[in-house]
Design a protein around this ligand. Structure first.
Ligand SMILES: Cc1cc2nc3c(=O)[nH]c(=O)nc-3n(C[C@H](O)[C@H](O)[C@H](O)COP(=O)(O)O)c2cc1C
Length: 510
């Protein structure tokens, strides 16, 4: 033993040198193999011209995304959401201090910037009022009344993970807002939190189709039998991919998701780019009325607006059929909305952003006397109080958000929703990655996010001199134009008052 102890450092060094030598030889052989592979392959020019070293390009490109986000991007620089916006949501969700110091880091003279106009005598805290309730679907058997302004936009179980759906459904129940199921059908995890739900019917009609792929009355009734399901939304399109159906890549289709949707394993879940049975305004209204009669619940539709003629045609049609035939709500999604997966050309350049489509649709409904009948829900990057307050000024009744709620439960904008690799567990079905997302904790975060949003929208409303956020009007905000000066929104988008109840009047008569 003593002998060994005296000699072991020498033996240890011998073994270590041998290992280093073997590693060196293996490394040299490995590099030689990569070199031969790279110079002989024909697919990648960089690797063919710069064998082995060329491979680092992919590695750095991948790392660049993370380095930019953490080290190099300025607070207001990144897209789709910059650090300042994300940080606000994180702090609201964690219910910690959301004040900032020294001064705004935002360039306030930029074209399109919104200024809310504070009045001389803001509403005192004791005069503030809670947001009043709004009823959707007065002609349905079970109208839905809610005072919730901010709600969870459609994201399917499939695009989202099981713990994410659980966290959001519980969070929505805690906050008293609704959650939209997205187009993937109704999962038990939507129900288990106890929140109000909007059941979305996508173009593939997942969860409500019969064996021939047609809309099934029986299945509609089954869904409507859940008292939590308050409304139905027919999805015509979404902002990130107008004219393209939903996509859930095969890597994310688990046996359970396949069962809920009625799919085969190993296949991408691709929905048609249009409801095959909705080809014009008549079809649309027939579908809305059919679902409303079958389920007894309010029915609306979701769309990103491109052209306006088909909406005008629908309004004309409602005039002939009668006001009760109208959809109970329209959800307008912005062209810069999010998605689990979409082609870049549609995501970048198809459809109109909400700042154009929201006022146009509100005004169109006013012109046709439908503004009070059809409630307006809108979505599209409205993840901080500023965006929501703007939407209320423009005439929205409700706001929904998808990515705001994703941030609230831990999303870090890793931009991997279309793979199965989301590092925060929000959009992956890999159980190892889901471990980090604990639904009970994140539910509280989602709820705090809603509560703090509502609080701060209230603060904006009070500064503008109205006692609650739903009383914000176009006159309460201005927009900066190209020449750097701002104009009131009610001058840019004058109120339409002729036939219907105008944006101003719609609340005041209540
Ligand atoms: C991961 C993910 C999944 C989505 N799934 C759906 C869906 O199933 N149905 C739908 O209508 N919209 C879907 N959307 C779009 C959102 O509902 C929403 O309209 C859009 O992201 C704009 O809101 P935001 O800017 O707050 O995210 C999805 C968005 C994301 C990010």
């Amino acid at each position: 033993m003593r002998e060994f102890l005296e000699t072991w450092p020498l033996e240890f060094l011998g073994i270590l040198s041998l290992l280093v030598f073997v590693a060196f030889i293996v490394g040299v052989i490995g590099i030689a193999v990569l070199y031969i592979v790279d110079v002989t392959q024909t697919a990648h020019a960089v690797r063919r011209n710069f064998p082995v070293i060329g491979r680092f390009r992919y590695f750095f490109e991948h790392l660049g995304e993370f380095f930019r986000q953490y080290f190099f991007a300025m607070d207001r620089e990144e897209l789709p959401f910059n650090r300042a916006e994300r940080a606000w949501v994180y702090r609201a969700a964690k219910n910690v201090d959301r004040t900032i110091a020294f001064g705004s880091t935002r360039d306030l003279s930029k074209n399109g910037t919104i200024y809310f106009v504070n009045c001389g005598y803001p509403t005192l805290g004791e005069d503030a009022m809670p947001n009043h309730a709004v009823t959707i679907g007065p002609y349905s058997e079970h109208p839905y009344t809610t005072d919730s302004v901010i709600n969870i936009s459609g994201m399917s179980y499939g695009a989202l993970s099981k713990p994410a759906v659980q966290a959001l459904s519980k969070g929505a129940a805690l906050a008293g807002c609704w959650m939209n199921t997205g187009e993937g059908g109704l999962a038990p995890y939507h129900l288990e939190g106890g929140a109000d739900l909007v059941f979305q019917i996508g173009t593939a009609k997942f969860g409500v189709k019969d064996e021939n792929g047609q809309l099934s009355e029986e299945k509609l009734k089954e869904i409507a039998a859940h008292s939590q399901v308050k409304m139905f939304e027919v999805k015509l399109s979404q902002g990130a991919k107008p004219g393209k159906g939903g996509i859930v890549p095969a890597a994310k289709v688990t046996p359970e998701i396949a069962r809920i949707r009625g799919l085969k394993m190993g296949e991408d879940a691709i929905s048609p780019n249009r409801h095959p049975d909705i080809a014009n305004a008549d079809d649309l209204l027939n579908m809305v009325n059919h679902i409303r009669q079958t389920t007894g619940k309010p029915v609306g539709f979701k769309t990103v607006v491109g052209t306006y003629d088909w909406l005008e045609e629908m309004c004309e049609n409602i005039r002939h059929r009668g006001i009760e035939s109208a959809p109970d709500f329209i959800t307008i999604d912005s062209a810069d909305g999010g998605t689990g997966a979409a082609p870049m050309s549609l995501m970048d350049n198809m459809g109109l952003p909400l700042r154009e489509s929201l006022p146009a649709v509100v005004d169109m409904l006013c012109r046709y006397g439908l503004r009070d009948r059809i409630k307006i829900v809108c979505s599209g990057k409205l993840i901080t109080p500023i965006g929501v307050a703007w939407a209320l000024c423009m005439g929205a009744d409700f706001v929904t958000s998808a990515r705001g709620f994703m941030f609230s439960i831990g999303c870090i904008q890793a931009l991997q929703c279309n793979k199965n690799t989301c590092p925060t567990g929000v959009t992956t079905h890999n159980p190892k990655l889901q471990r980090g997302l604990v639904p009970s904790d994140k539910a509280v975060r989602a709820a705090s996010y809603v509560q703090n949003m509502n609080h701060e929208i209230g603060v904006i409303a009070h500064a503008c001199g109205v006692p609650e956020a739903r009383l914000l009007r176009r006159k309460h905000a201005r927009m900066v134009l190209e020449n750097g000066t701002s104009v009131p929104l009610d001058e840019l988008y004058p109120e339409i008052r002729n036939e219907g109840v105008s944006t101003i009047q719609k609340i005041d008569h209540l």
